[in-house]
Design a protein around this ligand. Structure first.
Ligand code: AMP
Ligand code: GLY
Length: 426
């Protein structure tokens, strides 16, 4: 890295609890000299060596300019939007190292149609699907296809682009609704509904080398017992005990490796986190549901809370193409995180500006950490500013102990309208 003086200058892009966890982990590295988070939140601004800079994650011109002017050694991109808009390409032109793929590779997340065609072309197991550019064609399809059926908007929809319809009426409504979204105007997929259990399998990749992060399991539905609408994720734990070494080996061999190889061969080598949303069927076969070109949120919180190694050293090895020389070592304990969301989340978060009580209690327990998501500051008080507000994260020698630690701490937290699942990891 081309830093002047000892230690690296790092920019983390994003404002959620995932970015707080990244900033927290990077700030602990002796090699990190200074860290900026754009735009960050009330939690990121509190970490050592770290300050927030008010540039939004989608403002790629302003981010590229800031990174150049401030002589950043490394930019770590949390969310997908700036990657899909080409932030990694812009930084590469400026000679700035980046964790996050180029625009072409990020299309695996940015366009579900591109991703499906990529899987079909390279023999990556995934649900059979039909692509429709016009809503009328999708309506004709769902009038006769087997039920339940999955309808997906192709473009980015912030977690609102997938509907599992169990009746014709629901399927028609979904086509109408999804085709109105900006991401749906790029086309729709009508996909066979798969059965099985899900896991989020994430690797840090550099061309065809990769380091698997520990297995995780997300809880996507809003309410206990996996009821209610899909969300960005209401809680997660790691390791996910259903991900046996056999399942993991199949995911790597059948999904991750052919993907990285195909991207490299087509001139779009991947660099950054690659997140495979997987459904494992009852025979143990993994099927790809989706790729994300980033760490998951809340998966990042549990992955990073278990990390033993220096995250900065891992990123440095990535950009220097030495991934095959290092390891990603996780603590043996279980980590669990529960998301505290605003009222109205995910449709219309409405706790904006509500003061949050209980954050001031000092964290004496090193096995517990509250990562901030949608928080800001008003007159010195931490207030809500987004849908997923906090991510209360704990470690324990068992899942039960990690759970108990997290739910015990939540008892002391309060803001008007707060909602969270009581059954993460149970
Ligand atoms: P995606 O954004 O494609 O991962 O979809 C969001 C969620 O919808 C997934 O986590 C699954 O729970 C569900 N889902 C997506 N595709 C399918 C499918 N083909 N069969 C069953 N469930 C699916
Ligand atoms: N937790 C799911 C995601 O980050 O996409």
């Amino acid at each position: 890295m081309n830093h002047q003086g000892p230690g690296a200058r790092i920019l983390v892009v994003g404002q959620g609890a995932r970015e707080h966890a990244l900033a927290w982990a990077l700030s602990r590295s002796p090699e990190t000299r200074a860290l900026w988070v754009a735009p960050g939140n009330a939690g990121t601004g509190q970490e050592p060596k770290t300050r927030n800079i008010s540039i939004e994650a989608h403002e790629v011109d302003a981010l590229a300019t800031f990174a150049r002017q401030e002589n950043m050694d490394l930019v770590v991109v949390g969310p997908e939007a700036p990657l899909v808009l080409g932030l990694a390409d812009r930084l590469a032109v400026q000679g700035i190292a980046v964790i996050g793929p180029r625009q072409d590779a990020a299309r695996l997340e940015g366009s579900k149609i591109t991703c499906k065609r990529f899987c079909q072309q390279h023999g990556i197991p995934t649900a059979p699907a039909r692509v429709h550019e016009k809503p009328e064609d999708a309506l004709r399809d769902v009038a006769t296809c087997p039920l339940p059926v999955v309808i997906k908007a192709s473009g980015l929809c912030g977690g609102k682009g997938v509907v599992i319809a169990t009746s014709r009426e629901e399927a028609e409504t979904a086509v109408q609704k999804l085709s109105q979204l900006p991401g749906g105007q790029e086309g729709l997929l009508v996909e066979e509904c798969l059965e099985g259990w899900e896991t989020s399998y994430i690797v840090l990749a550099q061309e065809t080398s990769y380091l698997p992060c520990p297995s995780t399991q997300d809880h996507k539905r809003l309410k206990d017992g996996n009821r209610g609408p899909n969300t960005g994720g209401m809680g997660a734990f790691s390791p996910a005990n259903r991900v046996t070494p056999e399942v993991e080996a199949r995911i790597c061999r059948e999904i991750i490796e052919p993907t990285l190889q195909a991207l490299a061969q087509s001139g779009h080598p991947y660099q950054g986190f690659l997140y495979a949303g997987i459904m494992v069927d009852k025979s143990g076969k993994p099927n790809l549901l989706e790729f994300n070109c980033r760490l998951g949120d809340p998966e990042a919180q549990v992955i990073l809370f278990r990390l033993v190694d220096d995250l900065h050293a891992i990123f440095e090895a990535t950009v220097q193409k030495r991934l095959d020389k290092i390891r990603w070592t996780s603590r043996p304990e279980v980590a669990l995180t529960t998301v505290i969301a605003s009222s109205g989340y995910p449709e219309a978060p409405s706790s904006e500006g509500e003061p949050i009580d209980g954050l001031e209690v000092p964290e004496v327990d090193t096995d517990l950490k509250i990562f901030h998501g949608g928080t800001g500051r008003r007159n010195g008080q931490v207030v809500c500013s987004g849908g997923r507000v906090l991510s209360v994260t704990g470690r324990g020698s068992s899942l039960a102990q990690a759970r108990a630690r997290v739910y015990d701490r939540i008892k002391n937290l309060h803001f008007a309208g707060m909602q969270y699942r009581k059954d993460i990891g149970s």
